[in-house]
Design a protein around this ligand. Sequence first.
Ligand code: ADP
Length: 596
Amino acid sequence: MNKFEILKKYWGYDSFRPLQEEAIESILQGRDAITVLPTGGGKSLCFQVPAMALDGVTLVVSPLISLMKDQVDALNDCGIFAARLDSSLSYEDQQEVFQQIYKQELKLLYLAPERLLSDRFLETLSNINISFIAIDEAHCVSIWGHDFRPEYRQLGQLRKLFPDIPIGAYTATATEQVRDDIAQQLKLKDPNMLIGSFDRPNLIYKVQSRKTVISQVMEVLERHPNESGVIYCIRRKDVESLCKQLKKNGIKAAPYHAGMADEKRKKHQDQFIKEKVDVIVATIAFGMGIDKSNVRFIIHTGMPKSLEHYQQESGRAGRDGLEAECTLLFGGGDYGIWKSFMNELGDKAKDIAMEKLNSIYQFCNSGQCKHQAILKYFGQELDKDNCQACDVCLGEVETINDSLTISQKILSCIIRLDQQFGASYTAMVLVGSKDKRIMEYQHDLLSTYGLLSDYPKQTVHDWTEQLVSQGYIKKVGEYNILFLTETGVEVLKGNQTPKLLKPKEKSKERKVSKIAAASWENVDKDLFDILRKHRANLASEKNVPPFIIFADTSLRDMARLKPTTKKEFLQVHGVGEKKCQQYGKEMLEAIKEYIS
Ligand code: ADP
């Protein structure tokens, strides 16, 4: 079978995604390769397809048991003979896998690196035919990556142990430093470097200034009834209180943070993956090893400390390629919290951390396209002017016409206050507050007092933060006192014009992004909901997560094509022979009943 036939027969897909073919070809031709694709880009197929095309077994090195388990379950469900060897298996189960290895029945074998390199296991391997070795999450070999694992370092021995077997390394980590380190540490021979675009066009980014968290969160949830999503909070106590509020509002939610007992955390994670609850409210402790493909929204209730963190956390949405919403709520206070944590760092580490913090703060406040801003940060360019998938490009935020005059008012107020106060106090003076402190200091007598009294205090505060992030003001010292920078002085002279944002009033006719419109085109939503229930039943019977049975893309395609025969069912995106055989009957009956 060639690679296209394999793709159709087992996965039910008609075409490859960008770089998949090149990555597969490289292995088929016996050449080492490093494949870098973003989360959801389809890295697994890059090694699973050649595994099916070549003779022998493919060894897949993976860092986490949960990842191995999901991949093996998904492969088995497509009719592919795959297994894993890890410490969570019973002795008997491990013996059974060894039998399968000896009989040379397996096409893919998933292992942790330390197992692969154990003497006993290497001896077992000496008698069997290995097609190639795939190193998943390959950034774990690099100390420059975000998840260095010392066990991965030992994988450098593989090249010597298996000089003639191609090695493929796969990662989503973008930096050049990490890529080069992977090649070097694994001692790859002239590896084919296949680097994809890091853009995730199906993620719709929205950044809002934080007002009332629960109502802002509910506004997002209303757009995603019964769908899966993750809400990140900076602090554990916020996780607990937000989760309680959501439950009161009738949302099926569960909390997750490192302060909870292991058992409870596991239970909540499982409930989320198996879709017994829709929403998980968590600290960043949640997410590693979760490859649930149909997470439809991620909300951050506070600003993460870097764009790397933001990309990783928001990246857990929409792995199936369907539209997903990533909303970030932020406030100037978040900047202060992270900054105060950094006091414990050494000088050099503190400088790096501050630079990262400033970058994400700027991301939050600038009126730039979000896809463009993220890509630029990672050293790539977006190939279009309008991404159609962020609040700026969807026209949900407007810049105000009199940015220059308003900026000048704010900046001169800072000067009038002798550059001795923070953003909140400055905003109060500008809106003409009767606050006790203002009266005591007699700041109501300043010429800038009440100059922006037409606007709410929060809006003036937001503009001030935008001026900070655009570099016209800097915050100094423990109390974040506002100071004008050189470019700030230029604004006062009228030589530079900042861009101030005006959030649009909540409008009923929110523009639907193109990607959302296309993926729901001609989909019968009522039928989709019925099919979801059937998927949940099948998943429950098999005790696997629903997305292992069918991805959301497949369900939408079924609710679009409404097949009534097995032949038509095989035309559905993501339905291969085995899926048709296993689930065709139940799904077809449900469709027939619906349309009759
Ligand atoms: P990654 O490991 O890069 O995050 P996955 O390998 O988990 O991504 O793939 C993400 C999703 O995309 C999976 O549901 C997978 O089945 C699907 N997918 C991969 N390749 C294709 C393809 N060529 N056509 C359609 N869907 C694909």
